[in-house]
Design a protein around this ligand. Sequence first.
Ligand SMILES: C[S@@+](CC[C@H](N)C(=O)[O-])C[C@H]1O[C@@H](n2cnc3c(N)ncnc32)[C@H](O)[C@@H]1O
Length: 243
Amino acid sequence: MFSSGHMIMTPRKVLALSPAHRMSEEEEEFSPSVLGTKEHWDAVYSRELKTFEDYGDEGEVWFGEGSVTRVVKWLNAQKLPLSSAVVDIGTGNGKLLVQLAKSGYSNLTGIDYCSGAIALAQSICDKEGVSQRVKLQVADFLGSFAPAEQYDVALDKGTFDAISLDPAGAKDKCLQYVQALRRVIRPDGIFIITSCNWTRDQLLQHFGNEFEVTDDLPTPTFSFGGRSGRTVTALVFRRRSCS
Ligand SMILES: C[S@@+](CC[C@H](N)C(=O)[O-])C[C@H]1O[C@@H](n2cnc3c(N)ncnc32)[C@H](O)[C@@H]1O
């Protein structure tokens, strides 16, 4: 199955299509949505786990297969040690980690607050023969997740998007996310985020104090009414050593 980033499109597109537009405080927030609730994701993964068990279907690839390849290719090009500690925040079915494991990375961790997602990710890792390289853990990134050591690399594909739609105080959750990220990534460590809700400038507003952007990964563009924009943003940040 394929999902091309459809959590919430309109506000982002409007901003992306208006170069002269300046964001106001209100426009930086989205309307709350069920997509920001654990109940929603529990229901999604309980359904996807059953579908995997019944038919072997591995479930959604958020933002499409290209979003996995893009991150894996960028990491491979950096020639990081294959033992680098990598965490995937809100790993879902874990398919990004499976591809990294197949590229040779051996110190991979995936966390998700849905036990169904972790059960599905474990089944897929077992099937793909990469379980030795991937540790999976049920944990709330904004709560219970307390790793013993900091990571060299943290990945997020769609999780910050979901968190920023949380009906129980999205603005606070976004701030908590940045604080949690600071705790789990080592100074100078890498953070790669793929988002369909936030533009490059908006992501810089969220993360720019603690992280500096080092790369903007090419993502598909669209044209409409003579203007163009991007459906997905994928940015590489480095944690500032003094943050
Ligand atoms: C849009 S899905 C993306 C899943 C996966 N990263 C992918 O690309 O297929 C968002 C994921 O974030 C997880 N999630 C949301 N909030 C979380 C939190 N506070 N802690 C851990 N996981 C969370 C959800 O359970 C879901 O798996």
